[in-house]
Structures are given as structure tokens and as C-alpha cells.
Design a protein around this ligand. Structure first.
Ligand code: WTA
Length: 657
């Protein structure tokens, strides 16, 4: 985050308490924090018991082998049953679970009874393909109901899904499928985005084609949902149409209970190395915290609210707050396939008006882009149904927070700024809208039952008001259970920095400030992870993609503060000497931008690529990204005394400006 944004965050003094009316109907009671504090584990056990257990647990937390936690381990649970059958059996089968809106304007709604019936059939399809408990299934779909159905069907039979965001490239699919040894891929013949159909099946085909010298993939079957009406290549025996398989499947499927620690999903996320990590989540603890936070942070009244989270199921927000949290709570929600500005700039507001959305959850980058277009667009729609607004994915600057409340929330709605990560599985820090007096730009308070600290580099708690590093000090139900196939990396990445003397602390990789009231304001990543439009990207991963191109000798990537996207990817590249004259810098830069997009996905495409002759390095050869960040953000370049060659920065600065 830029110094200006940090200054404005920290000097914010406005407070917005919930109205008496809102507080009176709040789902969370004011004493919830005390109750959680009195007996933290008993508090979580009670939350877990709000779910349906096929057989009850007796032990809440097993922390005998830290940092490998087990929650509710001797209980048996079926995650999909909790999201589906339970509501039908409770008499809520006619309640709408999903109002789906396709980008071209088609729409479909599913009641809980209908969604349950679809998932049962899909579960039988998976079983028919030989998928069983513990098998990995990759899902590469647009945001259509089948994405939700596929995830729940996998969960229902105790298998493990790995959802791959539809914007990732075939290389990214290949590495994820290989890392998880997936047996099955579920994809589509296309999806709608920006008024056009984009292909998905062809990327899967490319990912599964044997690469030179590579192992054959573990995938035996591909299910293809018909959505885009694209022509697709077909591999007989391997590929099956989803609609045909589902129609032919048995309608009945009885959900069995699996152990609470049965893996539910793997979700790959960028870390500080070139290789994305497969974050592993399991069943009982994950669902407990996803459901609890969804109900309390958004003040969900499932009988009356219409909830909409704009995230794609390819990200963790889509897992916890589109699929598992809302459906476990029996919520009615909206799902929208496309982009916010298709076919017109008011599409999102039109959807809110159409379905009477009352709870809305999105990312600051979207809010900032609407701010830029201006309030006249949302003002054309009736947004009076909204009563709670949420923000996630990156720090929200106070200006955007106030605009969100004034223009979208008609100057009245509480806003919850929710901090969490793929690794934490569910929300960790957030106001509770009926209780907390909100501070614009601040995530504020750990949710009940969660213990957070802000530490100095030496591991001692900072003395507020002060900044430091964010840690989670006690295990939590929805915590990641590991990195798929790499326990060493799990310990090293998250637990090695601050754990000592048998006390384990999870290091989140974020900087944070605690004020005199004890409220926490997030300041952004402190490692080589960038946050672009709320999406996590690794500098090293993009650098590897750049140097994989034959014209590149060396590359350094930084996240530069950006008014629209929070951070933007900026690359500094040295071309191989025989290439330097072969093309103009503009040509090379365009070529490399699309190369990164091909290798990783369009979200990773650098905003700018500067062709330079040198990179700033210390005497030991380490690239000083901090100095490149100064250049990219248009600041005076900081201390260069540790550089091997101090003139390098002058040359780069001249080139860039
Ligand atoms: C950032 C997304 C400030 C943070 C749920 C974290 C935030 C990373 C917030 C995780 C917030 C998320 N305020 N920063 N409310 N929420 N972040 O894994 O840097 O995609 O470490 O999970 O996003 O990103 P991830």
C-alpha cells in the first residue's frame, strides 16, 4: 500500500455505530465476545453442534502434534448434507438456494429441494466414474450453477475438489492437476465474459496432452458442461457430456458421514516462491467457521435475506462465502456469471434491484472502479433492499469505504471489512454489524473465538498505537491443515517465524497496525506476494514466467501501488544480448506481457514491462526490489548504498521516466 493510503487510513476518526433498529434485530448478541472468551473451545464446539453430525464428536481440538490440528476429529459429518438435505428435511425445500443470472441475460433458480436433487444425481455420476473418498477432482468452470453442484457432489461422496479459476492458463491447469494427481476434470464448452464466449475445454485438452518428456497425467475422465455452445474437440472414452451423464444417473443418493478431518478441498494460491501451494482444508472445522462467520458477520436472516457475494468459485471467497457458508445456513443467494459492466455499467445494481439483494459482499477494487465511473450509474437503480455491505481481499481506503456506504448503502448500511486468507479458510477479523461501531478502512476486531496478535520483528506484542506483523496465536477451526504433499513447506512458510518454546503462532504475511482502542488495520503484504484487484500473485512466479521466454536474460517483478487495482504488476526485464537490438523495447514489452498471460493467466499480465540494461543488486547478488518499487511508484529512489553498482538506479530511472 502507498504511504499516502496508510496515512489516510491511520488518521481516520469517523465512527458509524449500528442504528438501534439494526442492533435490536442483530443475529449476534452483544455478549458473544465474552461467551467466546470464557471458554474458547466450548464456544467452537457449540458452533459445530449447530451443524448436523452423522455421529457426534467428543473431542473439540487435538493440538498434540502442532502445527497439525485436528478439530472435532472423532465426529462424522457430511458437508453436502449440511448444505442441502438438512434444509429440505427441516421443511425449507421450497426456499430458493440460488438465483443464477447468466451474463447474456438468461437466468435459472434452484430451490433447496432442486439443488439437493441435482447434487444427488451428480454424486452418482462421480461414483459411476469410479471416484470415491479421498480422490481428487479438478473443477475448471465458469460461474454457473453446475460449478456449485459439482463442488457439492464431490464433497458429498467424500472426494476432494481442486477448483481452478477459469482465467488460468493450460500450464496452470497442468501443474495443479499434476500436483494433486487428479482423476477427473469437470469443465465446460465455454462461459460468458464481456459479451463473448471464452473457451475452457481447449485449455483442459492442452493441459492433459502429454508434454515433451512429462509423465502422462492421472486424469482418466473429463466431464463437460454445455454452456458456451463452442465447438469442442472430443476424446472418446475420456470425455463425457455432463448433461447426458446427469440425466442417466440414479436420482437417489444417501449421504454418509465422513470423519471430520476428511479433506474437503485443495485450493492453490501464490506464495513467495515460483510454485503455487495447494492449501488443504478439511470438513467439520472448516464448515463450522464458514457457517458461523457467514451468519454473524453478515447478520444473515435466512428466511428474509437475499445474499450476494460477487466472488468467483475459483477463489477462496467463492468457496466459503458462495458455496459452503451460505448454503450451510440455508441462505437465498444470487450468482452472476459475468463482468460488472456487461452489457452496461449498471449491471450489478440492476441485479440487486431485480432480486432485492439485502446483503452484498465484494472487493475494494470493484468499489473503486464504480467510484471512478460516478454515482449517477448506481443512482439509476433501486438499492433500498440493501442492509449490510461487506468488503474483502485488500485494504479498503476510507474514501472508498465512505462512498460504498453513502452511494450503495444509502448512507445507512453497516459495512464489514473482513480480513482473512485462503489459508485461514474463513473470516478472522471483522466488525459484527449489529454490535461494532465501524471505523472506515479498518477490519477492527478478531471474530469471537479467534485470537490475533500484532507482533514486532522480535516476536513481542507491539505497544499500541503501533504497526507490526499479524499473527494468529491460537489454532482455529477452519485453519489450513497443510500444503498438499509438502509438510515441510507448511511449517516453514507459516510457523517458523514466531513459534518458539512449544508455543505455535501462525504468521499471516500481512503487516497490521493496532490503534489505542485495540482495533486492527491491515497494511498489506510484507512478503513477495502482490495483491492485484484482490487477487494474490507471486512476484517470483511471474519472474519465472518471464525468464522462461527465450529473449529474456533476467527479470524482476514488483507490485506498484495503483489507484484502481490496489497494486499493479510492473516488470523490469533484461533481454539476452543477441535480442536487445532485434526488436524495439515496445515490441519486446508487448510480447512479454502476453507471454505471462499465456503461461499463468490474464490476471498475471504485467501492466508495464520495462526493458532495462541492468537490475539493482546487492554485492551478494540479491535483487533490490524495494528500489524498483520506488521507481515504479514514481518516488525518489531510496537508499542505494548497499548496491554493488550505485549508478544502476540512475540509468533505470532515466529509462522509465
Ligand atoms: C489480503 C482472500 C486487507 C491480505 C480472502 C491477505 C486483506 C490476502 C483483506 C489473502 C482485508 C484479504 N483487508 N487485506 N479485508 N482481506 N486481504 O488468500 O493481504 O486470496 O493476506 O484470500 O489478501 O488473499 P486470499
Amino acid at each position: 500500500m502507498s504511504q499516502n493510503s496508510i496515512d489516510s487510513l491511520l488518521s481516520e476518526t469517523r465512527r458509524f455505530a449500528p442504528s438501534d433498529e439494526f442492533a435490536a434485530q442483530s443475529v449476534a448478541a452483544p455478549d458473544i465476545y465474552e461467551r467466546a472468551k470464557e471458554d474458547r473451545l466450548a464456544f467452537w464446539a457449540d458452533r459445530a453442534r449447530e451443524l448436523h453430525w452423522h455421529s457426534p464428536f467428543t473431542e473439540t481440538l487435538d493440538w498434540s502434534n502442532p502445527p497439525f490440528a485436528k478439530w472435532f476429529a472423532d465426529g462424522r459429518i457430511n458437508v453436502a448434507y449440511n448444505c442441502l438435505d438438512r434444509h429440505v428435511l427441516a421443511g425449507n425445500g421450497d426456499r430458493v438456494a440460488l438465483h443464477w443470472e447468466g451474463e447474456p441475460g438468461d437466468s435459472r433458480s434452484y430451490t433447496y429441494a432442486e439443488l439437493t436433487a441435482e447434487v444427488k444425481r451428480a454424486a452418482n455420476v462421480l461414483l459411476g466414474l469410479g471416484i470415491g473418498q479421498g480422490d481428487r477432482v479438478a473443477i475448471y468452470l465458469p460461474l454457473i450453477p453446475e460449478a456449485v453442484i459439482a463442488m457439492l457432489a464431490v464433497a458429498r461422496i467424500g472426494a476432494v475438489h481442486s477448483v481452478i479459476f477459469g482465467g488460468f492458463s493450460s500450464d496452470s491447469i497442468r501443474s495443479r492437476v499434476a500436483d494433486a494427481s487428479a482423476r477427473l476434470v469437470i469443465t465446460a464448452d465455454g462461459g460468458w465474459r464481456k459479451g463473448k464466449v471464452f473457451p475452457l475445454k481447449s485449455a483442459v485438452d492442452a493441459a492433459l496432452a502429454p508434454a515433451d518428456g512429462a509423465e502422462p497425467t492421472t486424469v482418466t475422465d473429463v466431464l463437460v458442461v454445455k454452456r458456451g455452445e463452442n465447438t469442442v474437440e472430443w476424446t472418446e472414452g475420456r470425455d463425457h457430456w455432463w448433461h447426458e451423464a446427469v440425466a442417466a444417473a440414479e436420482p437417489e443418493h444417501e449421504a454418509e458421514g465422513f470423519e471430520a478431518e476428511n479433506p474437503l478441498f485443495i485450493l492453490y494460491t501464490s506464495g513467495t516462491t515460483g510454485k503455487p501451494k495447494g492449501i488443504l482444508h478439511t470438513s467439520g472445522g472448516y464448515l463450522t467457521q464458514a457457517a458461523f462467520t457467514h451468519r454473524n458477520v453478515f447478520d444473515l436472516h435466512p428466511e428474509t435475506d437475499v445474499y450476494w457475494c460477487t466472488a468467483d468459485v475459483g477463489w477462496v471467497t467463492g468457496h466459503s462465502y458462495v458455496v459452503y457458508g451460505p448454503l450451510a445456513n440455508g441462505a437465498t443467494q444470487v450468482l452472476y456469471e459475468g463482468t460488472p459492466d456487461t452489457p452496461h455499467a449498471g449491471r450489478w445494481w440492476e441485479i440487486i434491484q431485480k432480486y432485492g439483494v439485502s446483503i452484498f459482499y465484494t472487493a475494494p477494487t470493484a468499489i473503486r472502479s464504480f467510484m471512478k465511473i460516478g454515482r449517477q450509474v448506481p443512482n439509476d437503480f433501486d438499492l433500498s433492499s440493501l442492509r449490510v455491505l461487506g468488503s474483502v481481499g485488500e485494504p479498503i481506503n476510507p474514501e472508498a469505504w465512505i462512498w460504498y456506504r453513502d452511494v450503495i448503502g444509502h448512507g445507512e448500511t453497516p459495512i464489514v471489512d473482513t480480513w482473512w486468507q485462503t489459508e485461514t479458510g474463513a473470516i478472522m477479523i471483522s466488525a459484527l454489524p449489529g454490535i461494532t461501531a465501524a471505523k472506515p478502512g479498518s477490519a477492527q476486531t478478531p471474530i469471537p473465538g479467534i485470537v490475533i496478535d500484532v507482533l514486532g520483528d522480535d516476536g513481542t506484542r507491539v505497544d499500541p498505537p503501533r504497526g507490526g506483523l499479524l499473527v494468529v496465536s491460537e489454532p482455529w477451526p477452519s485453519m489450513l491443515r497443510g500444503i498438499w504433499g509438502d509438510p515441510e513447506r507448511f511449517i516453514e512458510t507459516y510457523w517458523s517465524k514466531f513459534s518458539k518454546d512449544g508455543v505455535w503462532k501462525y504468521f499471516a504475511g500481512d503487516g497490521a497496525h493496532v490503534d489505542a482502542d485495540g482495533d486492527i488495520t491491515l497494511l498489506g503484504r510484507v512478503d513477495d506476494v502482490m495483491n492485484v484487484s484482490g487477487h494474490r500473485l507471486s512476484t517470483t512466479e511471474i519472474e519465472s514466467a518471464l525468464v522462461s521466454h527465450k529473449i529474456v536474460a533476467e527479470a524482476a517483478v514488483v507490485g506498484a501501488a495503483d489507484d484502481d487495482t490496489g497494486q499493479a504488476v510492473v516488470a523490469f526485464v533484461i533481454l539476452k544480448s543477441n535480442q536487445a537490438d532485434a526488436q524495439t523495447a515496445d515490441e519486446a514489452s508487448a510480447l512479454l506481457r502476453s507471454h505471462v498471460s499465456d503461461r499463468i493467466g490474464a490476471i498475471a499480465r504485467p501492466k508495464r514491462v520495462f526493458i532495462v540494461a541492468e537490475l539493482p543488486k546487492t554485492r551478494s547478488g540479491k535483487i533490490m526490489r524495494r528500489l524498483l518499487q520506488d521507481v515504479a511508484e514514481g518516488r525518489a529512489v531510496g537508499d542505494t548504498t548497499t548496491l554493488a553498482d550505485t549508478s544502476v538506479m540512475q540509468i533505470i530511472t532515466d529509462k522509465v521516466r
